[in-house]
Design a protein around this ligand. Structure first.
Ligand SMILES: *[C@@H]1O[C@H](CO)[C@@H](O)[C@H](O)[C@H]1NC(C)=O
Ligand SMILES: *[C@@H]1O[C@H](CO)[C@@H](O)[C@H](O)[C@H]1NC(C)=O
Ligand SMILES: *[C@@H]1O[C@H](CO)[C@@H](O)[C@H](O)[C@H]1NC(C)=O
Length: 148
């Protein structure tokens, strides 16, 4: 009996820990979470961007503006990043998701470059005098660009 009671108490404790982890926002999510669908794109193709701002807001990085870019890295010089969307965030949005569709512009892409969609989250913070200052943090999601 005593053993059973302890087991139940232990299981209840574990269930609490597991459900608490469901709401846990890790450091990587501090400016939001970003998803691009589909993630392999050709110029002219429409894609959906979904930014989940739950963790950004929870960690006090509530967006004022959200800027979205396509960026590239390569062993040679690449021109860019290219701006995809500049959006003003309304903090009454529920659930706190910024979702929109965009079209991949025709641009100078390279087969040997690695591409990502970047989101810059501009959020207000009190400065040393208490006056609000907007600072920026970013997150990126990998994409493939083909067919150019
Ligand atoms: C947004 O992120 C939060 C925290 O990770 C998660 O609980 C929630 O399910 C996500 N919402 C959507 C629509 O993906
Ligand atoms: C944004 O909304 C959340 C509640 O949804 C609130 O906790 C937070 O303080 C708000 N942030 C700002 C900057 O208004
Ligand atoms: C990009 O393409 C590679 C090779 O096909 C694939 O393994 C990878 O998952 C793709 N990445 C994305 C973000 O779609």
């Amino acid at each position: 009996m005593r053993f059973n009671f302890l087991s139940i108490a232990l299981l209840t404790g574990l269930a609490t820990i597991v459900s608490a982890q469901g709401n846990f926002c890790d450091e990587a999510s501090r400016f939001g979470n970003l998803n691009v669908s589909p993630s392999t794109l050709s110029p002219g193709q429409t894609f959906t961007v979904t930014a989940n701002l739950t963790c950004a807001i929870q960690l006090d990085n509530t967006p004022t503006f959200l800027d979205y870019y396509i960026d590239a890295t390569a062993t040679h010089t690449v021109t860019g990043p290219i701006l995809i969307a500049r959006r003003t965030y309304d903090n009454t949005t529920s659930p706190p998701i910024d979702q929109f569709t965009a079209v991949l512009p025709n641009w100078f892409y390279f087969t040997d470059a690695s591409y990502s969609l970047m989101m810059d989250n501009s959020f207000a913070r009190p400065g040393p005098t208490g006056q609000s200052v907007i600072t920026v943090g970013g997150i990126s999601a990998g994409i493939n660009i083909t067919g150019f």
